[in-house]
Design a protein around this ligand. Structure first.
Ligand code: FE
Length: 196
């Protein structure tokens, strides 16, 4: 089954479920829209960028973040829970000798709350299969050419676990404020397909 077929089938199932909930009087169409919009309005890569900027300026926060990300991001009013059981979040830090990149080899699991809706390439079979086998080649195709002595760690998301990359703070940013630093962080940097 192609991915388009899969997502069409899932969309149809979701729509049937919505209709049954509406028919049963559990929730109205308008209420469903409100819930979804509220969720998506809060789901943005700005959240991930705020986390990274705080970790760059606050060493204690950085340690708490790498140790227990679910607890640490609550300090910024963020969570991976929403109205549901909270997903486990692990933040993995890039160093001079280690670069991290995230994937979901099975489907498209992604820390939506912190990165916003995922890019279409993240869900593509090409990315999901190749980044595990030839990560250096895939990152080079994104324009990220890592030195041979930098090890690459690929983190495979699952139904319960989500990952986010903590990029290295760019050199020459010592004078920047936390907000300015957050403005440097891209969605691709949080996935690991860009340096920052
Ligand atoms: Fe998945």
């Amino acid at each position: 089954m192609s991915e388009d077929h899969a997502s069409t089938a899932i969309a149809a199932r979701v729509r049937r479920l919505e209709e049954r909930l509406v028919d049963a009087g559990v929730v109205s169409d308008a209420e469903l829209d409100t819930i979804l919009n509220r969720f998506l309005a809060k789901a943005s890569p700005l959240n991930g960028a705020r986390i990274v900027a705080r970790a760059w300026v606050d060493e204690g926060f950085r340690e708490r973040l790498l140790d227990d990300a679910n607890s640490a991001i609550k300090e910024l009013g963020l969570s991976l829970g929403g109205d549901h059981a909270e997903l486990r979040l692990r933040v993995v830090a890039n160093t001079q000798t280690l670069h991290n990149v995230i994937v979901c080899t099975l489907c498209s699991c992604y820390p939506l709350q912190l990165l916003g809706p995922s890019p279409s390439w993240y869900k593509s079979l090409a990315y999901r299969s190749r980044v595990v086998r030839v990560p250096r080649d895939v990152l080079a195709e994104f324009g990220l050419h890592l030195p041979d002595d930098v090890e690459i760690a690929v983190w495979d998301s699952s139904a319960e676990s989500r990952y986010m990359v903590l990029p290295m703070r760019p050199p020459g940013t010592e004078d920047k404020s936390e907000d300015e630093l957050a403005g440097l962080v891209t969605r691709e940097g949080l996935i690991g397909t860009a340096a920052v």
